[in-house]
Design a protein around this ligand. Structure first.
Ligand code: HXC
Length: 268
């Protein structure tokens, strides 16, 4: 689908995306690139990164991949530094890396809970922490008055509760809290805008096929009046809005992009 944004809304910006080699992260990488940004993607699997980078480059997008795990502070530091070394600066950090699996609370081990917290919540904070010195106003390649921005991808399942997702609910709630707290502190001190996106069920993603196999999706369609799948494109357009100057006065917001699904109840 054609973008409603001008092709230069992110012209010259450098974006680093964790989890940027697949799923929603890859679509954001692609759309940011098609709108003028230089793209660095971070992920654990070299093969996935390599094919993502060649997919981006084949569309004329300057792109580079760095292998790394957001759970390791040294990886976060190295990848942020490598991005700045490669492209000269950093303007936008997108935290899209996430871990997930369906399991009842009874069967989930504390280590399983911790693993998802480590990837989603601690990983998001670690990346923000390592990126701060490059994103703050007056940082390398930046003016004294203008900072960069951060986008954290979360979810809506913790607004209520979700079956077999206690670890993810807790982790995404922490991500949303991190978004608000960093927006307050870093917006005030460093002119960095920190926002989030909470996607609903998005078709053609690992999250969707893992969490809502087809039978569940079909059943959900029957009981939820607003039920329909979103597209990765929908999330990428929201990301463009928040990361570009269109969103310059938006800070500390997590934008729900779910077609209104989380509000819905069965009809009676
Ligand atoms: C129960 C599980 C499990 C499962 C892992 N664990 N998978 N427990 N059911 N299916 C437990 C393990 O038993 C172990 O605890 C602990 O978690 C760590 O497991 P490891 O395999 O050692 O971890 P690791 O190799 O680091 O992998 C972690 C991972 C990750 C979370 C499984 O590889 C992963 O999910 N990758 C896929 C990424 C993904 O799906 N991304 C899309 C996210 S979608 P013990 O106690 O045994 O040591 C998304 C959307 C959310 O986030 C919102 C949707 C609405």
């Amino acid at each position: 689908m054609e973008s409603p944004f001008k092709a230069d809304v992110l012209k010259g910006k450098v974006a680093l995306l964790t989890g940027g080699g697949s799923g929603i992260g890859f679509e954001i990488s692609t759309q940011f690139g098609l709108h003028g940004a230089f793209i660095a993607i971070m992920g654990r699997r070299k093969q996935v990164l390599d094919s993502a980078v060649s997919g981006l480059c084949s569309q004329g997008i300057p792109a580079v991949g760095f292998v790394g795990d957001v759970r390791k502070q040294e990886d976060a530091k190295r990848v942020v530094e490598s991005t700045v070394k490669h492209f000269g600066r950093l303007d936008i950090l997108v935290n899209a890396a996430a871990g997930n699996f369906l399991v009842s609370s009874e069967d989930l081990s504390p280590n399983g809970f911790r693993t998802v917290m480590d990837i989603d919540s601690v990983g998001t904070f670690t990346m923000c922490h390592e990126a701060l010195k490059y994103l703050k106003k007056g940082g390398p390649g930046r003016s004294l008055s203008s900072g960069g921005s951060i986008l954290n991808i979360s979810a809506t399942l913790h607004y209520t509760a979700a079956w077999y997702q206690i670890h993810v609910s807790a982790a995404k709630a922490a991500v949303d809290a991190t978004t608000r707290n960093l927006a307050l502190e870093w917006g005030t001190d460093y002119d960095i805008r920190v926002n989030g996106i909470a996607p609903g069920p998005i078709g053609d993603t690992a999250g969707m096929s893992k969490l809502a196999p087809e039978e569940i999706s079909n059943k959900a369609r029957e009981v939820m009046p607003l039920y329909k799948l979103g597209e990765k494109w929908d999330i990428a357009m929201a990301a463009l809005y928040l990361a570009s100057d269109a969103g310059k006065y938006i800070n500390g917001t997590t934008l729900v992009v779910d077609g209104g699904l989380w509000l819905s109840r069965p009809r009676h």
